[in-house]
Design a protein around this ligand. Sequence first.
Ligand SMILES: *[C@@H]1O[C@H](CO)[C@@H](O)[C@H](O)[C@H]1NC(C)=O
Length: 211
Amino acid sequence: MGIKDLKLNDMLLDAVADINGDDRDFRMAVFFIVFNPLFWNIVAQVEYKTHFLTRLAGGARRGCYALAFVIFSLGLVRDYYFSRALKNQVTTAWLDQDAVRYAGAGLFVFGQVLVLSSMWRLGVTGTYLGDYFGILMEDRVTSFPFNVSDNPMYQGSTLTFLGTSLYYGKAAGVFAALLVNLMYTMALKLEEPFTAMIYAKRDEERAQKAK
Ligand SMILES: *[C@@H]1O[C@H](CO)[C@@H](O)[C@H](O)[C@H]1NC(C)=O
C-alpha cells in the first residue's frame, strides 16, 4: 500500500468514527429510509392484487392520490429526522472545506432539478405507483430528465441527501445517502420488472383488440 492509500484509509476511518450511531434522530432517519420504500412496495403489491385502496377510496385515481399523500408524508417525516440528525452529528474535519461545500450545493441543486422535473413530467399518478392501480401513461417519457437519468426520482433524491450531507460535512449523512441508494436500488429490482410486465400486458391487449 502506498502513502496515498494509507491516507485515504485514514480519511475513511476518521469519517466512519465521526458517525454517532447512538443518536436517536439518526436512528429514526435510518429507520424511515429503510421503512418507506418497503412500505410503498408492499402496499402497491397488495393494491395490485386486491384493489383494496381503490375500493376504500372509491376509485383508482383517488386510491392512488391517497397512497401518494401517505408516501409523501412519510418522506417528510424521514426528512425531518434526517435534518435533525445532521445537526446532532459531528462535522468531519476534512469534509469541512469550501470545495466540498460547493460540490454538495451543486449535487443538491442537480438532485432537486431531477426530482421536480420528473414529478412535473409524470404527474402524481405517474410518480406514485399509478401503474399498480391500473393507471398507465400513454407513452414512455423520454425527454428531460429521463434523457439524463433512468430513474430521476430516485437518483435525484439520493443526490439531494448526499449533497446536503457534503454541504454540512457530515459523514453520518453520507452514510444515510448510501443507504438511500441501496434501498432505491432494491426497490427498482421490484418495480422495474413490474412496470415492464404491466405495460407489455396492455400492449398485448391492444394488439388483440386491433385484430
Ligand atoms: C435532454 O433533453 C433536453 C431537452 O428536453 C436537452 O436540452 C438536453 O440537451 C438533453 N440532454 C441530453 C444528455 O441528451
